[in-house]
Structure formats: C-alpha cells, structure tokens
Write a protein that binds this ligand. Structure first.
Ligand SMILES: [Zn+2]
Ligand SMILES: [Zn+2]
Length: 356
C-alpha cells in the first residue's frame, strides 16, 4: 500500500462513483466526513477532496485509504490531486495576518474609527492591494479571498472594538484588538508603518523576501509593525557587504568589536575562531526605515544573544536601552544575593565574613 500513488484515471473513476451514489451515501460508504479545508472542483462541481483522494486508492492500490491514514491538506490529499492536474480550492480563507490588519486599521482610523462599506473606494483599493500581498500562498485562497465584502467586514470588526464604540463588537479575533491598541497608543508610527507596507507591496520589494523561511519564527521575532517590514529589516541587517563595511570602518577607527549592549567580545572568548565576528543591528525603527540605503551609522555592533533579545518582543529596545536594562538587572541581582547572605548569617547568629 503506497499512499498518494493514484492516477488521474483513478480519481475520475472515483468521481463517477461519487456522482452515482450521491454525496451522502459515498461519504458514509467509505467512512469520510465533509471536507473542511479543501474541495476538489471538477466540471463545475465541488467534491470532498480527502474522500475522493482516499477512495481513488482502491483502483490502483489494493484498497481505499481510511480517513485516519492520511491528511486532507497540503501534505497529502490536496497535494496529490493538484499534482495530477486537478483544481483544488481552499474552503476557508486564511486568517488575517497582522500586516493585513494594520492596513485595514489604518483605513478605519482615517475614517474616524468607523467601519467602511464594500462600495467605498478605499475598501475596493485595499482589497486589490491585499490580493497582491505575498503573505498567503495562492493554494490557500479561494475566489472570495479579501474581496471588498470581506475587507468591509474587517473594518467593522476593528471599529466595533474601539473603546468608545457603544455597542456589541462584531466577530473578529484578538489580533484585531491588539493592532487597534497599537494604533491607539502610537497612531503616527502605525500610520507610517501602514504607508511603508503599502509602498513595499506596490514597489514589489516584498516579493523577493523569503516569507516562507522557517528561521524567523514569530514567537521569537516580534514587531508591532508587522512581518513584512520586519523581514525587510532582517534582510538588510544580514547583508554581508554592509556588515563587512561597518566592521571595517569601526576597526579602521581603532574601535573594538565588542557588543554595544553587554560588552561581549567574540575574539576575547573564542580566540581566533571569533576574531572579526559580530552581528549588526539596524537601529532605525521599522516605521522610519523606508526606501533608501542603510547608513553605516544606523548599524550597531551587537552580539548574537543581545540581538535575539532585541527582536524578541516589540517595541525593540535600542542597544543603549538594552544596556541600561542589563545593568539594572545585574545590580538588582547583586542586591538580592547580598540580602540572602545577610539573612543567612543572621539566622545562624554569626558575624558575617568578608563578602567576596
Ligand atoms: Zn551582547
Ligand atoms: Zn536587528
């Protein structure tokens, strides 16, 4: 039994059997449920993609696959059918990503925190823009993806969560409220972030970013301004030529490559292996870093640990701010440990020895 080894022929025979039995009887005969994520579209009709792919096995393999033996999604059923040239469509569109919500929230703010109708020109324009955004794979979208109705609904989801709205909020998720709060807290910066995201989409600048890269996990890299600007930021920092220029210019001026936040020096700790190594962090905030070249003076030398900590939570501290917080934390710890020593000494009623 080999999963996924089916042919166009076997799928067509299965579709024919489905039509003959009717949907309900077909599904119950083979123990499948209704498709939740993807449907197969064939000659204008929609079929439960997982059931069709599973049953198709019975013609070429010895039996139909049971529902528990494979998934209906991108790894199995949907992928097999697509490979055979069938049209597979997502049942439900993907949830709105932070970047998309930022753009919608920007419209709502500019509309004095009221939702907009599907006929509004700003909604029609945003709908077209969102369809160009490279965040969601084509395969996960259906024909209603971010259409004007959906965009309009989202503007109401956001508007009805505004603290001054006196009614029941419409649906919407917690991310809507989160982005709304960012806008209420930093309206100018978030509006500027929205402008930069728009600019990046229309210039095609985001198309080249590796958005599927698994390295930058959302949990450990967070930016209020959204993923697109963050990816662009990280791509700029990783530019090897730029990093080399920065390092060379610091060395030429007789400076050291120690971390600007914690003082860690790769060569001091790792010897020859660490010589000449340090990371660069672009200190200009995302909402200010638009088109144009990164200046060497915008780059800070930073060790790998501090760099991670900066990007871990938004808003990102500058290296100088991180340095202050490291120092605070260290002195708080020192105070704590001397406190513990004193406490211990007093309980055993002995005079404390010299503290190291
Ligand atoms: Zn450091
Ligand atoms: Zn950085």
């Amino acid at each position: 039994m080999r999963r996924g080894v089916i042919t166009r022929e076997s799928v067509l025979k299965t579709v024919a059997e489905h039509d003959e039995l009717g949907r309900e009887a077909f599904l119950s005969k083979y123990g499948f449920g209704e498709a939740r994520a993807y449907v197969l579209v064939h000659e204008g009709r929609e079929y439960d993609s997982k059931a069709i792919a599973g049953v198709a096995h019975k013609w070429d393999q010895e039996r139909a696959l049971a529902p528990s033996e494979f998934s209906g999604g991108k790894d199995h059923a949907a992928a097999w059918l697509k490979r055979l040239g069938f049209h597979v469509k997502a049942v439900k569109n993907p949830d709105w990503a932070r970047d998309e919500i930022i753009l919608a929230c920007d419209l709502v703010m500019k509309n004095e925190w009221r939702g907009l109708d599907a006929q509004a020109s700003q909604v029609i324009e945003l709908s077209a823009l969102l369809q160009l955004l490279p965040i969601h794979a084509e395969a996960d979208r259906n024909e209603k993806f971010r259409n004007p109705n959906g965009v309009a609904r989202k503007t109401f989801d956001i508007a009805t969560r505004h603290p001054e709205y006196r009614g029941k909020p419409t649906n919407g998720g917690s991310l809507d409220a989160e982005v709304l709060n960012e806008f209420l807290g930093r309206p100018d910066e978030m509006a500027e972030a929205a402008r930069l995201i728009r600019e990046g989409i229309t210039s095609g600048e985001f198309q080249g970013l590796d958005l599927a890269g698994g390295e930058e996990l959302d949990d450990d890299f967070s930016a209020a301004e959204g993923r697109l600007l963050m990816r662009r930021h990280l791509a700029r920092e990783r530019n090897k030529g730029l990093r080399k220029k920065k390092i060379d210019s610091v060395l030429r001026k007789g400076g050291s490559l120690a971390c600007e936040a914690c003082g860690f020096d790769f060569e001091e700790v790792y010897g020859e292996r660490g010589a000449g190594y340090v990371e660069c962090h672009h200190v200009v905030p995302l909402h200010e870093a638009g088109e144009g070249r990164t200046k060497l003076s915008d780059l800070a030398l930073i060790c790998a640990n501090c760099h991670r900590m900066i990007h871990r939570r938004a808003p990102w501290p500058t290296p100088a701010e991180l340095k202050v917080s490291i120092e605070h934390h260290r002195s708080a710890q020192r105070a704590d440990s001397t406190g513990i020593v004193r406490q211990r000494s007093s309980t055993v009623e002995r005079s404390p020895g010299p503290t190291p």
